[in-house]
Ligand binder design. Structure first.
Ligand code: ADP
Ligand code: MG
Ligand code: MG
Length: 886
């Protein structure tokens, strides 16, 4: 089995096997770019090592053979006392995991070869001893787990003794002394001398890189970024080149475009007389890359040429690491660079302009999560505001408010109309009310899957989690950060996208992308690269997609907004809110009615109110389909809560007041009490039990449609019956509804469809029968998930989902993203069997999943006709529906 690949043998497509770094080093080698020679040990070797605890058979021999070939090519032997070949041993997984795993530089140095290295460098003792002390430091820390601070402390002492703060002031003798000090530290912690055998150094370093895959921080990072745990890392063995040979040497990093804004230009940092890790570690101040032009014009020009070449080759923004050794440029790394959401759109647009990619490819390069990010308001940051802490951007948005430390206080202040930020070390299910009341949530512990993060995302609330610079003291109602104390009542601002925390109130700026969607920014006439790029890519997505996108909206205002955002109809108009407010009293009368006459009177009073609601919606959605769901929740939700009512009655009786009406109400509430209301008298069951209720709603819909048509509009109502589990339920409702519709519609030309939600698992499994009585299905994936898993949606997210996520039982809440294997399978079965029974059956989905990128792709695959989501998610769904096609 082949476990080792020379750089000349690989290419950029082999990331699974060679890791990102190795695949790209191979690609650059084969492009003829100046890459120091070397080889890559595959991720398969790492997987085998991690599975069995030892190197797989054959690996040692292959490493030997490649090392010999490398030695022949370089004309030097690893660690040779006269003229040593030195190598770096670098981790590199399929997905980049910045700073998570290990790299050891200068492998091959020992007490003899350090002398040879100096001689070869023209007697540059300083350089040789500097390289040696770096090896002991990195090797000790990463391979042998010697605490890094001990080395840093010794380095500080050496500088202190010399009266300087700058590494460069240490001369050869100082560094030689430091090597001795480092060796003592190494011996003290490992119980052995620093290994002098070059090959042993190499083998131990390779093994350490394998093992770094399972380092705690790497495991955590993978969980957060949802990177599979079993990929393993490759190991790259690379000939060393030296940026620390003197002022004509150095090292740097660069981007081919600005990864923040996408702007074209040269972005990078350079550090003269240094080795690579110095730049990242921020030990010394780098200079902007442009200054390299003065220092070394030849290398600078060559670098710019290579950067242009890389962009042309990868057809994307690249980031690179390079080193200059005495005026000779070497490329040490490149990859397609990470970027902000805004830069992703801008760069995709630019690359189309430059003819490097087409619009289909541009659509690949962006995603709905990025678009969603761009639709949140942002902080308007000027120099006045510096972040005091940085946590994890757990749930996007920009929120400012008064700091509170308890759920109770959050609820209190919110009731007074204040914006509050709930600050906790971590949250737990008891904090739920406070989280609902707060504008944002800030915790000092926990990652993207902590309780705070999961619940906040579910609520669409801004959250920064794990800001560990913050020291929270709940009993004292204060936190400290960066030497400052923040007490209850002070104002902070948190950015749930970047994870940054600011003291004071940072002004908030509306999203330009939202302004564009709302129609107040014209992309053709403004000089805004982002808006133009979004416009272009969205237009292309709309042209490509097969799925229609509708919205969930219950009011004319929501409908109008969603339409501006591109909604092509309403997929779910809930009618519940039409029973609230002033109308509660009518609903009470309906429920309390003793005689048919009383009930009919209550329904007759509700009818015109409902009709007016529908008229407004049909007007806003003129010409587009509107799916109206008949009332779904249990009726007692519209009555006062039992305890409160009981207390009121008791108090009133005490005072000797007449409580006949309240007592009747109380009795009704008692009668209707359910242990499990979500599985009780709701949806179609309600319609079958309360005479006239559905009939009134059907009549209101039909009359509104007719009145709309009479006014010259086009109403396309689709009546949706909720919670159907058996075709007989639907047939009963249908028979009554058809009579009313026929009577109301007459010859007005209005057409009313009747269909059902598929949200009870039994409905999905008997979809063939149900389709006989339904002109359309709309998957209610919230209830289908709730009933499919047996998870009470209102309870489980806060109660234990964090634990399920931590254990990896699922990677994301099934309420957030469709569970393809289980709930998704129900959708698939129902779609197939429904269509088989009734060709042309219209299929849609109206759960929260309609606006979730992954779920949109699934619904496309299953062949639904449309997805429906909240107005704000409509653009996201449009984009993802387009991406699902290309
Ligand atoms: P990371 O993945 O954390 O960036 P790298 O493997 O890229 O780690 O290495 C860390 C630093 O060491 C980088 O700055 C890199 O440029 C430098 N480096 C790695 N290999 C060599 C080498 N063969 N010669 C010189 N510098 C190197
Ligand atoms: Mg690197
Ligand atoms: Mg439902």
């Amino acid at each position: 089995h082949k476990y080792v690949y020379d750089f000349s043998e690989g290419n950029k497509e082999l990331k699974d096997l060679l890791g990102g770094k190795g695949a790209n080093l191979a690609e650059m080698t084969n492009l003829g770019l100046p890459v120091p020679p070397g080889f890559t040990i595959t991720t398969e070797a790492c997987q085998a090592y991690l599975a069995t605890g030892r190197e797989p058979d054959g690996l040692a021999g292959q490493i030997e053979a490649h090392l010999e070939a490398l030695e022949r090519e370089m004309g030097k032997r690893l660690g040779d006392p006269q003229d040593p070949l030195l190598v770096s041993v670098r981790s590199g997984a399929k997905f980049s995991m910045p700073g998570m795993m290990e790299t050891v530089l200068n492998v091959g140095l020992n007490d003899q070869s350090v002398v040879g290295l100096s001689a070869q460098a023209g007697g540059n003792d300083r350089f040789a001893w500097d390289s040696y002390r770096r090896l002991i430091q990195m090797f000790g820390k990463t391979v042998c787990e010697v605490p890094g601070e001990e080395f840093e402390h010794a380095l500080d002492e050496a500088k202190h003794a010399k009266g300087t703060h700058d590494d460069l002031d240490l001369d050869a003798a100082d560094l030689r002394g430091l090597v001795d000090a480092y060796k003592k530290i190494f011996l003290k912690h490992t119980g052995r001398e620093f290994p002098q055998q070059p090959r042993e150094q190499l083998d131990l370093a390779i093994r350490a890189v394998f093992e770094s895959w399972n380092a705690e921080r790497a495991v955590l990072y993978r969980r957060q970024e949802r990177i599979p745990a079993d990929l393993g890392t490759a190991v790259n063995v690379v000939t060393m080149v030296f940026g620390n040979l003197g002022p004509d040497s150095g090292t740097g990093v660069a981007f081919t475009r600005d990864p923040a804004s996408g702007a074209q230009g040269i972005y990078g940092d350079y550090l003269a007389n240094a080795q690579g890790e110095d730049v990242v570690a921020g030990i010394r101040n780098t200079v902007p890359l442009q200054e390299l032009e003065q220092l070394d014009k030849t290398s600078y020009d060559e670098l710019l040429g290579i950067m242009a070449r890389l962009e042309e080759h990868y057809k994307d923004l690249c980031d690179i690491e390079f080193t200059i050794e005495r005026g000779k440029l070497w490329m040490l790394q490149t990859r397609v660079g990470k970027r902000t959401a805004a830069a992703a759109f801008v760069i995709a647009g630019q690359l189309v302009d430059e003819g490097l990619i087409d619009l289909d490819e541009a659509l690949h390069r962006v995603n709905g999560a990025q678009l969603a990010q761009l639709m949140f308001p942002r902080f308007q940051l000027d120099h006045e505001f510096q972040p005091v802490a940085k946590g994890i951007g757990a749930s996007p948005g920009a929120a400012s408010g008064t700091v509170v430390f308890t759920s109770a206080r959050a609820v209190e202040l919110a009731a007074e109309g204040k914006s509050v930020i709930l600050v906790r070390r971590e949250t737990n299910p008891d904090d739920l009310n406070g989280m609902i009341a707060a504008k944002g949530i800030l915790t000092s512990r926990g990652g993207k899957t902590s309780h705070a993060a999961v619940v906040a995302r579910g609520m669409g609330k801004t959250c920064v989690s794990g800001a560990d610079e913050i020291e929270v003291n709940v009993p004292a109602k204060r936190f400290t950060v960066a030497g400052q104390t923040v007490t209850e009542g002070d104002v902070v601002s948190i950015d749930g996208t970047t994870g940054k925390v600011y003291l004071g109130e940072v002004p908030v700026m509306p999203s330009e992308v939202v302004q564009y969607f709302e129609g107040s920014l014209d992309p053709e006439h403004i000089d805004n690269a982002l808006v133009r790029a979004v416009h272009r890519i969205m237009t292309h997505a709309d042209g490509k997609r097969r799925l229609a996108v509708r919205t969930n909206a219950d009011t004319g205002a929501d409908a109008a907004r969603a339409r501006r955002f591109g909604a092509e109809g309403i997929g779910l108009c809930r009618t519940e809110h039409m029973f609230l407010g002033d109308r509660r009293e009518l609903v009470e009368r309906l429920i309390l009615a003793r005689a048919p006459g009383e009930r009919e009177a209550a329904l007759a009073a509700l009818l015109p109110l409902q009709r007016a609601d529908f008229e407004e919606i049909f007007r806003e959605m003129d010409g587009l389909p509107v799916t109206v769901r008949l009332i779904d929740p249990p009726l007692h939700e519209f009555l006062p809560p039992l305890e409160q009512l009981a207390v009121n009655v008791a108090v009133a009786q005490e005072r000797g007041e007449d409580v006949a009406k309240e007592e009747a109400l109380l009795a009704a509430v008692r009668r209707m009490h359910e242990e499990n209301p979500m599985l009780g008298l709701r949806g179609v069951r309600l319609g079958l039990v309360i005479p006239g209720l559905f009939a009134m709603q059907v009549r209101a819909i039909a009359e509104a449609a007719v009145s709309c048509a009479r006014g010259g509009g086009v109403a396309k109502p689709e009546i949706m019956v909720p919670l159907v589990g058996a075709v007989q339920e639907l047939e009963t409702v249908r028979a009554e509804a058809e009579k009313i519709i026929a009577e109301v519609v007459g010859d007005s030309g209005v057409e009313v469809l009747i269909g059902t939600m598929i949200e009870v698992p039994r409905a999905a499994l008997t979809a063939g029968q149900i389709a006989e009585a339904a002109e359309f299905f709309s998957f209610g994936t919230n209830d289908l998930t709730q009933m499919g898993w047996g998870f009470s949606r209102d309870d489980v997210e806060g109660a234990f989902f964090w634990r399920y996520l931590e254990l990896g039982i699922f990677g994301i809440s099934p309420f957030e993203s469709i569970d393809r294997d289980g709930v998704g399978r129900l959708v698939r079965i129902a779609a197939e069997e429904g269509r088989a029974a009734r060709p042309g059956l219209k299929l849609g989905i109206c759960g929260e999943h309609g606006g979730d990128p992954d779920s949109v792709h699934f619904f496309h695959e299953v062949g639904l006709d449309y997805v429906s989501c909240s107005p704000f998610r409509v653009p996201v769904a449009r984009l993802e529906a387009g991406r699902a096609v290309v």
